[in-house]
Write a protein that binds this ligand. Structure first.
Ligand code: ADP
Ligand code: MG
Length: 695
């Protein structure tokens, strides 16, 4: 209790340190989304500075989330020269607006270099915090980042816009249900974060881990995760002590680190906080990832956030638990106790189902990157097909709605929507479907496709916006209605009929589902280059511009950025593989082959009667693999050169996927086969067995 939030300029601290009127003014902006009153900025800045300096801060930074996926910061000290010497100053202007030279951040062509200015703008809805690293304390101010001309260049701006859109539309629905008290609806998120830990000494001996965050070579050890003895197993001492420090750091930052456990794969773990408003949850998830990485180094370990650090073993995801809550304290996805509450719940539920069905491609798109391509469709990862899990009881209710159920009637404020009462829905893990990409879990949806490295901003921008859109359609219809109850029933019935195809309660990992989904006409988009195209479809542009989440220009810029990131990632991986093959694996194999050959001639020199068939076989096999590897290195280089020569970005990405990536797999197969026969004394890098089982 003492350390929790101690490094946060929280509402409590503000209440204590700000003049009453200023505090009230600011709180209104934070709680109700009203525009920030610039005249209070100086007062807030001074209070913030004093608080920070008391805690040892010398610098401040606007902390923002450019399109790189990680956070960015540029530190400025508080020192300001005056006639009397040095003062520690921090003005309202500095709090509200920053002007980093932003020419080196990805902008997708939004910002020409001659107009390199970018702006950061204070997001007062996410609290400022102090970051302690070694003996340096820095005041970090969460900010949005945009171009000189006002286009969003970051992950925060569209998220805030999408939350606004959702609030506007959800309130319209609440009003239709007679709610006059709520003045805001916010989306809430609790992201579960998976990660791997490896000993730092191993990491440093693996060029692939250092360059790409995942192993590009590596044969499977005799033991993987098949004994299922790691999941929820007792946590090793070195790891708990790491987790303890991670928790302490996060608690200081006001992050509610709550759950931690061993995950399925050896050396894989999970941390989950308690859910919060999406904006803050997104900032906090960035802090979680950052803290996991930084604290690991203090324990001589490296935290791998990559979606698939080890081929053949489970990958890491991020389960995005999502719901909506109204300012009068309702969770809008919580089934109610009265028919009235149930009708409202079912309206939001059916809206979600319709949104997921209609915009499945966008949901798939938002989880697409080079790393997640290794995961989607693989073991313990959701397949690339989007579907919704409802559970038996709700699926049954949806069926009743579809059939029409009871007749419409209206008594007082109660209404019937085909079913008057809902059973108490189990919220525990017993009725869970672990394979569904979009699962209803009692009072929230869990979107499981998100990759472990992702900022959760992207997925939540999509979820918020697509649900806002369906709620808009619902509200447009129902606001004109003369008989709300009857028309609501009709609307829900139509929705159930039309969108039941997206509901699937079975095993998403089965081949039957792939076939069944195809029959139902559900999209199955296997790779990133294909998935990303969803973003620039006409329907997507319409959706985002209607709700003012992105302008058309911003959409195209973003598309360009993510496709480029995909290409760059694969390019780095391919180059790393070539280096590893040429500089370590092939030389090691050559030395080994030389030793074997020498053994054959040495033994023969002693006596021609001694059997050297073992050496000969090994010599032959190793030489064959070495020569195959040599060919495949050249083939990869060629595929890479060809892909790099393609000018059209989308075509280039496809070439990387189809040609470069395929060639990488072939090269890896040679390397992994060599690892199995080359003497361990010669093998130039730590093996899977060492990396996965030594902690
Ligand atoms: P599991 O691993 O079984 O899915 P966890 O307990 O690890 O469950 O994670 C569940 C997550 O869902 C937690 O972060 C929790 O705070 C979050 N959550 C619970 N209720 C809501 C809600 N209304 N909105 C968003 N997230 C929620
Ligand atoms: Mg979990």
């Amino acid at each position: 209790m003492e350390i929790f939030g101690q490094n946060v300029f929280s509402q409590d601290v503000m209440r204590e340190r700000l003049p009453k009127a200023v505090y009230k003014n600011l709180k209104k902006t934070i709680d109700e989304g009203l525009p920030l009153d610039p005249s209070i900025a100086d007062v807030v800045a001074t209070a913030m500075k004093e608080w920070a300096i008391e805690r040892g801060a010398t610098h401040f930074t606007h902390w923002f989330q450019p399109m790189t996926g990680v956070t960015a910061e540029k530190h400025d000290s508080f020192i300001t020269p005056t006639d009397a010497g040095i003062m520690m100053e921090f003005s309202g202007k500095e709090l509200i607006k920053g002007e980093p030279d932003a020419s080196s951040f990805p902008s997708g062509g939004l910002r020409a270099t001659f107009e390199a200015r970018g702006y950061t703008a204070w997001d007062c809805t996410s609290p400022a915090f102090l970051r302690e690293e070694a003996d340096v304390v820095t005041l970090c101010i969460p900010t949005a980042f945009c171009s000189y001309t006002g286009e969003a260049l970051d992950k925060k701006t569209p998220l805030l816009r999408s939350m606004e859109a959702l609030s506007t539309q959800a309130l319209r629905i609440l009003r239709l249900f007679g709610n006059q008290t709520a003045n805001r609806v916010t989306s809430t998120v609790g992201p579960e974060q998976e990660y791997f830990l490896v000993d730092k000494s191993f990491f440093e001996e693996r060029l692939d881990l250092m360059m790409a965050g995942r192993t590009l070579f590596g044969a499977m050890p005799p033991k993987g995760q098949e004994l299922e003895d790691h999941y929820f197993g007792t946590i090793k001492e070195r790891v708990v002590s790491y987790m303890k420090e991670v928790n302490t750091e996060l608690w200081k930052l006001g992050v509610t680190a709550k759950t931690q456990h061993n995950e399925v794969a050896p050396s894989q773990f999970e941390i989950a906080p308690i859910f919060e408003t999406t904006n803050i949850a997104t900032d906090h998830n960035q802090l979680v990832m950052d803290t996991l990485k930084r604290v690991a180094l203090r324990h001589d370990m490296v935290c791998l956030l990559h979606e698939k650090p080890f081929a053949g073993v489970n990958g890491s995801g991020k389960h995005n638990n999502w719901s909506m809550s109204s300012s009068d304290g309702q969770n809008l996805l919580e089934p109610g106790h009265t028919p009235h509450e149930n009708a409202q719940f079912l309206t939001f539920l059916m809206a979600t189902i319709k949104a997921v069905d209609e915009y499945a491609g966008l949901l798939r798109m938002t989880c697409a990157n080079a790393g997640n391509d290794h995961r989607l469709g693989a073991n313990e990862a959701p397949p690339a097909i989007i579907s919704v899990f409802l559970g038996e009881q709700l699926a049954d209710i949806m069926e009743q709605i579809e059939k029409g159920g009871a007749k419409s009637s209206k008594k007082g404020t109660d209404m019937q929507i085909g079913v008057t009462t809902l059973p108490a829905l189990p919220k525990d893990t017993t009725d869970r479907n672990r394979t569904s990409p979009f699962a209803f879990t009692g009072n929230k949806f869990e979107f499981r496709m998100v990759g472990s490295t992702f900022s959760i901003s992207g997925p939540n921008v999509i979820i918020n916006t697509i649900i806002a859109e369906v709620l808009r359609q619902f509200a447009d219809k129902l606001e004109k209605s003369k008989d709300f109850s009857a028309d609501l029933q009709k609307l829900l019935q139509e929705t159930a009929k039309k969108h039941k195809r997206i509901v699937f309660n079975g095993n998403n990992y089965s081949d039957e589902w792939v076939a069944e989904a195809k029959k139902r006409g559900l999209p199955n988009i296997p790779s990133t280059p294909e998935a990303l195209k969803e973003l620039i479809k006409k329907e997507s542009v319409e959706l985002f511009t209607r709700h003012k989440v992105f302008t058309e220009k911003e959409i195209h810029a973003r598309y360009e950025i993510v496709v480029e990131q995909y290409v760059k990632t694969l390019n780095i991986e391919a180059l790393t593989m070539i280096d590893m093959a040429k500089q370590s694996i092939m030389p090691a194999a050559t030395s080994f082959i030389t030793e074997v050959a020498q053994s054959i001639s040495s033994v023969a020199a002693v006596s021609s009667k001694i059997d050297v068939s073992a050496q000969k076989e090994t010599l032959e096999e190793a030489s064959k693999l070495l020569s195959a590897m040599n060919k495949n290195v050249k083939a990869l280089q060629k595929a890479l050169d060809n892909a790099l020569a393609i000018e059209d970005l989308a075509k280039q990405a496809t070439a990387f996927r189809e040609k470069v990536f395929a060639q990488m797999l072939a090269l890896r197969a040679d390397g992994d086969a060599l690892e199995k026969i080359v003497s361990a004394d010669y093998w130039p890098m730590p093996t899977y067995a060492e990396m996965l089982f030594i902690l």
